[in-house]
Ligand binder design. Structure first.
Ligand SMILES: [Zn+2]
Length: 464
């Protein structure tokens, strides 16, 4: 999606062929992409384009007779000129100009468009009325009080909120927070005035550089037909999952914040309340506990989600809810009936889902509580049997996946005198593909045990 620098670049590219041209004719091929009504919109016919401006991600065309057109490109909208009437099906709005060119709004996704306003009301009507100030026009104290009002909203989502700060989207929000050394998950209310100053200084610098380089060409954005922006080569966070941080060399970590893919450096962007956190996952008997002991020997505090679940099952209110979900037999004499629960979950997928939807948030709450108790400037390792879908995916700084071949798992279980086939059957539904996608590092555990410690020892950046 185009952000402030891309829209500024588009604006500058349009000026040459658009300025002082009279709109001789108007073709609206899709009424949904114009506002207010077709009849009113067509009144731009005969007007001249007197100037172009921009606010946030909005393009503003000032016409004669105080008419104003506001354009928003949304996902993949584009403005360009055609030399003849050879329109394509994504040319939604076309204006024939007095210089002979056809000025087209083209949108494959059809989310953007043009709205007609008046000079006297376009700034006070939606959408511009709600638009916040751009980073150049706001003081750190004002940004600070706006962020205070956003309370627990993650700082990344807060600075992307166009009513707080106009112009930053997903890409430049990641870049700004990396440069300002602020974890994207930090709650808006915890951001200090001094950090607001860093956000403003860095966002201004990054946006200015991006404007100078013509924006970032990622997927479909092109400032002009056949022209690429150059800023994508100067992005250090966006798109650099698992690559070395350009400042400290630590692997960049990708999580989701407010539903948006987010890449940050866990070392440069440390959290204020929580320790550096590794999430450790892997199928049963892949060697997770060996890995956990290894990290404990390196000074990591351990949190085991299986243990948390066991503790939850001893609580009266939890047992009551479990009974409500799985039926009366799930609890007998105030204790969880493990065998019944195991059998019920094995054959009833729906019940399993319901139980997970109830338990996972409780586990997450407890994990966060324990991480907070461990505190910042420390290291913690959270062991979780199944990471994808657990709700814990985005709480760590590094996701370590331990995998093991069936043969070496079998060998290990055989030597421990355990029933290999039955135990390995528990791994049948383990979501390996999803776990790989979330991983910062995959370690293959082959027999014998000591090899896993040797492999982990190589991940030196985790022990500084
Ligand atoms: Zn770094």
């Amino acid at each position: 999606m185009p952000e402030l620098p891309e829209v500024e670049t588009v604006k500058n590219a349009l000026v040459g062929l658009l300025l002082n041209q009279t709109i001789e004719d108007v073709f609206v091929f899709r009424e949904k992409n114009i506002k207010p009504s077709l009849k009113e919109f067509l009144s731009i016919k005969g007007e001249r384009v007197s100037s172009l401006s921009r606010k946030g991600k909005y393009l503003i065309f000032h016409l004669t007779n105080d008419k104003v057109l506001i354009g928003h490109l949304r996902m993949e909208g584009k403005f360009f000129f055609r030399e003849s009437e050879e329109f394509d099906k994504f040319d939604l709005i076309v204006m024939k100009l007095s210089n002979g060119f056809y000025f087209c709004y083209n949108d494959v996704r059809k989310f953007g468009g043009l709205s007609l306003y008046h000079e006297s009301d376009y700034l006070t009507a939606s959408p511009l009325a709600k638009l916040g100030k751009e980073p150049w026009d706001i003081e750190k104290e004002e940004l600070h009080s706006l962020l205070q009002a956003k309370k627990k909203t993650p700082i990344k989502a807060a600075i992307m909120d166009q009513s707080v700060l106009a112009g930053l989207g997903n890409i430049y929000a990641d870049e700004t927070l990396l440069a300002a050394k602020i974890d994207p998950r930090e709650e808006a209310k915890d951001i200090t005035v001094e950090e607001c100053e860093r956000i403003l200084i860095e966002s201004r610098r990054i946006l200015e550089e991006a404007i100078e380089l013509g924006g970032s060409t990622i997927k479909s954005y092109h400032p002009q037909k056949g022209v690429d922006g150059m800023m994508q080569n100067r992005l250090y966070a966006y798109g650099h999952k698992n690559e070395d941080c350009p400042r400290c060399g630590f692997p960049m970590h990708r999580i989701e914040v407010g539903g948006r893919g987010t890449t940050y450096c866990p070392r440069c962007q440390k959290r204020k309340k929580y320790p550096f956190t590794i999430l450790l996952t892997g199928p049963i008997h892949s060697g997770k506990s060996t890995a956990a002991s290894f990290f404990a020997s390196k000074g990591y505090s351990l949190i085991d989600c299986d243990q948390i679940v066991k503790e939850l099952y001893t609580k009266k209110d939890v047992l009551k809810s479990v009974k409500g979900i799985l039926g009366k037999k799930a609890v007998s004499k105030g204790v969880l009936n493990k065998q019944f629960v195991r059998e019920k979950l094995g054959k009833d997928r729906n019940a399993k889902k319901k139980l997970e939807a109830y338990l996972y948030p409780l586990v997450k709450q407890e994990v966060l509580k324990r991480l907070e108790a461990i505190g910042p400037k420390q290291k913690a390792l959270v062991e979780v049997q199944i990471l994808p879908g657990s709700g814990l995916e985005d709480i760590g700084d590094y996701n370590l996946v331990i995998l093991s071949s069936k043969e070496s798992q079998k060998e290990r279980l055989r030597l421990e005198g355990k029933p290999a086939e039955a135990l390995l059957a528990l791994n049948k539904d383990w979501p390996e593909r999803k776990a790989r996608l979330l991983s910062s590092q995959i370690v293959f555990n082959t027999y014998p045990e000591k090899e896993i410690s040797e492999k982990l020892e190589e991940l030196t950046y985790l022990f500084d």
